[in-house]
Write a protein of this length. Structure first.
Length: 114
């Protein structure tokens, strides 16, 4: 098996701002999805990220508030999953609750060290 990172961008619900029953239901959907991955032995790690942060850019090392350009690009979290190949990892990503909120999942192979 290989390791892949699933990177979550966008979506409308974040654990730190979930203050309604509808938002809590979305968070529960995430918990259920990740628990299912863990039970299958697919989940290798991951976390939600806080909405605050800093962005450092370029040769001049310019620091700005916010690690993102706009809400659709906000990096909300990541998981590391075990999969047979990238096609398998993509299929795993299709179950991600962020897709129900018009967010996106980037699937990237983790580079093996020699």
């Amino acid at each position: 098996m290989e390791k892949f990172m699933l990177i979550f961008r966008g979506g409308n619900t974040h654990i730190s701002t979930a203050n309604s029953q509808a938002a809590m239901d979305v968070i529960q959907t995430w918990d259920n999805w990740m628990q299912g991955l863990a039970e299958k032995g697919v989940l290798a790690g991951g976390d939600a990220l806080q909405v605050s942060g800093k962005h450092v850019k370029g040769f001049k090392k310019v620091v700005s508030d916010g690690p993102y350009a706009d809400g659709n690009e906000m990096l909300g979290g990541y998981l590391i999953v075990n999969a047979n190949d990238i096609g398998d990892a993509v299929e795993i990503s299709k179950g991600c609750p962020i897709l129900n909120e018009d967010g996106s999942v980037e699937v990237r192979p983790i580079q093996k060290r020699n």
